[in-house]
Design a protein around this ligand. Structure first.
Ligand code: GRF
Length: 204
C-alpha cells in the first residue's frame, strides 16, 4: 500500500518540519519526500539534510517574476509525485497554479485563531505582538487548506492557547509553538491515514 508522500515548504527555522520528521516521517504513516525553501539559509534545510530528505532552495532573485519563481517550485514539487504539501512557516503566498494543481492538498499552519491576527504581513513575532496589543485573553493555532488568499482557506483544526498577564511576544510564541508541534503532526497524520486507507482502483 503506497504511503502518502509529502512535500514541506519552509522559510525559517523549520521547528514544525522537525515535528513532522519525528512524528510522521516513518513506515506506516507518511513519507516526507522533499523540503523546499525560498531562503537558501533557512535552517529547515539543515534539518532536512540531517534527516536525509531531499531538499532545495529557490531564490526569488534568480527568477524574472513571482510567476516564474512559483512555476519553478511547483514543477519541482510535481517531479516528486507528492500527495500533500505542507506550508510549515513558508512566508510567500502561493500563486493560483498551486491550488489548481493541488486542490485541497495544500495545508498551512498559522500561529493565531484565524480570522484574527492573520493575513498579509502577519507572521512570526508580529502575530503575537498583535494579540498582546489587542488585549485578547486567548490566542492559538490554526491549520487550514490553502486557497488563493493569505490564511483564508477552509479550517481543518485549531487549538486555543491562553494569553498570560505577563506575556511578551517571545513567551507567547514559545507556548504557541509547543501546541503547533503537536497539532500539525496530528492533522497531517489524519490526512495521511485517510489517504493511505482510501479505496484505490489498483487495490480492488
Ligand atoms: C510558525 O509559528 C508557523 O505557525 C508560522 O511560522 C512559524 C514557523 O516556525 N507559519 P518554524 O519555521 O516551523 O520553526
Amino acid at each position: 500500500m503506497p504511503l502518502a508522500r509529502l512535500a514541506v515548504l519552509v522559510s525559517g527555522s523549520g521547528s514544525n518540519l522537525q515535528a513532522l520528521i519525528e512524528q510522521i516521517h516513518r513506515p506506516g504513516k507518511g513519507q516526507i519526500c522533499l523540503v523546499l525553501s525560498d531562503k537558501p539559509k533557512a535552517y529547515g534545510l539543515v534539518r532536512a539534510r540531517q534527516a536525509g530528505i531531499p531538499n532545495e532552495a529557490f531564490d526569488a532573485k534568480d527568477y524574472i517574476d513571482r510567476q516564474a519563481f512559483n512555476q519553478a517550485l511547483l514543477a519541482r514539487v510535481q517531479s516528486a509525485s507528492v500527495d500533500f504539501i505542507v506550508l510549515a512557516g513558508y512566508l510567500k503566498i502561493l500563486t493560483p497554479d498551486w491550488i489548481r494543481v493541488y486542490p485541497k492538498r495544500i495545508i498551512n499552519i498559522h500561529p493565531s485563531l484565524i480570522p484574527k491576527h492573520c493575513g498579509k504581513g502577519f507572521y512570526g513575532l508580529k502575530v503575537h505582538q498583535s494579540v498582546l496589543e489587542s488585549g485578547d485573553k486567548q490566542t492559538g493555532v490554526t491549520i487550514h487548506y490553502v486557497d488563493e488568499g493569505a490564511d483564508t482557506g477552509p479550517i481543518l483544526a485549531s487549538q486555543t492557547v491562553s494569553v498570560l498577564p505577563n506575556d511578551t511576544p517571545e513567551s507567547l510564541q514559545k507556548r504557541v509553538l509547543e501546541i503547533e508541534h503537536q497539532l500539525l503532526p496530528q492533522v497531517v497524520e489524519q490526512l495521511c491515514w485517510q489517504y493511505n486507507h482510501q479505496e484505490r482502483a489498483e487495490d480492488i
